[in-house]
Design a protein. Sequence first.
Length: 148
Amino acid sequence: MTLKASSSTLSTDMTYLTDREANAYSPLSLAFLGDSVYDTLVREHLLMKANVPVSKLHSAKIKLVCAEFQSDAYEKVAEQLSERELAVLKRGRNATGNTVPKHADALQYRRATAIESLFGFLYITGKTERVRELFALIISDEEEAENG
């Protein structure tokens, strides 16, 4: 059950867990990993969009990784999930032990934790293409707003 180090984002060079093994982890542990996966995808997305100063990249990233943005994505993502994925999402939403940051209310933070928990679960079970599909769905509204 040891994960191998990888040199690329969302690599296929790892040994992944089974759904059953991943389910043994707490939703907050999965969210811990999922936060990093989501953050990396946001950074990659922003970097590929334009070569701009780091300060602008950072400002744009903050908008996309905040609890409010992730919470807004919750419903859109929930509609597209399999029964298994939806169970992981709900388990993440219902996790206890969350401390709520000043800039988000409890519901927003729990829903953001749910998204991160799902991303962590999918990543650690090797479903990286599914992670990318869901991320594309989440980010599509941001892109439409910029182009609209």
